[in-house]
Design a protein around this ligand. Structure first.
Ligand code: ADP
Ligand code: MG
Length: 257
């Protein structure tokens, strides 16, 4: 479903952010992408979405792109390479919650934001409204519907971004720090929601308890390289490995002394 083939990438020449990253994620897998601040997690997401890399930010497929970006290797989504000319096709498959959800809201209210994407994909108004209500209800977020995007809290925005993405029912879900800024109640809702979705998912987080609850597999990034890739239990219970990479055991495995 998703393939990174020997991907090396730098935002600025001479400062590699990812080095020879290769992995493959199968349909229906839920993978936790973990690593210290600056390890390259968000960059992996951005490259998948074509928000960094060749042509990103240029607004055209001229190939000139952001000339500062340098990179090599290939990234494929269901066999289609992430290249400017393929982005519309690829983005239709991917739903994403960015680390900063502020950049994801365009309309005045949560309701209009959720409707926008659905109407754009050709759903009728009635169908779209039914879908919006259904998703908000599933997430227990009915109260968000008519709130103004510029007035809601960080956590509410995060839930609204998640609802907006889920409404589109994408084949692959990319969630960058989905539980950051959430209260324990909404964090629990996110964990339950992720658990119930059959889609292929990549989730980044510093909340390793959440990763343990939701992901069968973990990829650990360290300074832009894959330091480990394997079953979540193995990696998340490996105190030495986590500490060597500036992380700590999930709270449930941290024993009190
Ligand atoms: N737009 C950018 N321009 C230049 N450097 C960047 C940019 N975005 C991120 N970086 C750098 O790339 C590295 C990896 O960042 P990022 O992928 O956001 O890490 P993470 O999400 O794991 O915290 C960091 O050193 C960061 O400073
Ligand atoms: Mg990040």
């Amino acid at each position: 479903m998703i393939r990174f083939e020997d991907v090396t990438f730098a935002y600025e020449k001479g400062k590699p952010v990812l080095s020879a990253v290769s992995f493959e994620i199968g349909k229906g897998e839920t993978v936790g992408l973990i690593g210290a601040n600056g390890a390259g997690k968000s960059t992996v997401m951005k490259l998948l979405l074509g928000l960094a890399g060749p042509g990103a930010g240029a607004g055209s497929g001229s190939g000139a792109g952001n000339t500062k970006n340098t990179g090599s290797g290939r990234i494929l989504v269901e066999g289609i390479e992430v290249l400017p000319k393929n982005l519309p096709q690829i983005r239709r498959k991917l739903g994403f919650v960015l680390q900063n959800s502020d950049n994801q809201m365009f309309m005045p209210t949560v309701f209009e934001d959720m409707m926008f994407g659905l109407l754009n994909y050709g759903m009728s108004r009635m169908e779209a409204e039914r879908r919006v209500d259904e998703v908000l209800q599933d997430l227990g977020q009915e109260k968000l519907k008519y709130l103004y995007n510029h007035k809601i809290s960080g956590g509410e925005k995060r839930m609204a971004a998640v609802a907006t993405v889920l409404a589109m029912d994408p084949e692959v879900l990319l969630m960058d720090e989905p539980t950051s800024a959430l209260d324990p109640y909404n964090r629990r809702i996110i964990i339950r929601t992720i658990g119930a979705l059959k889609q292929t998912k990549i989730i980044t987080s510093h909340d390793l308890d959440m990763i343990y609850d939701t992901c069968g597999r973990v990829i650990l990034l360290s300074d832009g390289k894959i330091a480990a890739d394997g079953p979540a239990e193995d990696i998340l219970m490996d105190k030495k490995l986590l500490e060597a990479n500036r992380m700590e055991l999930p709270l449930r495995f941290a024993t009190c002394v």
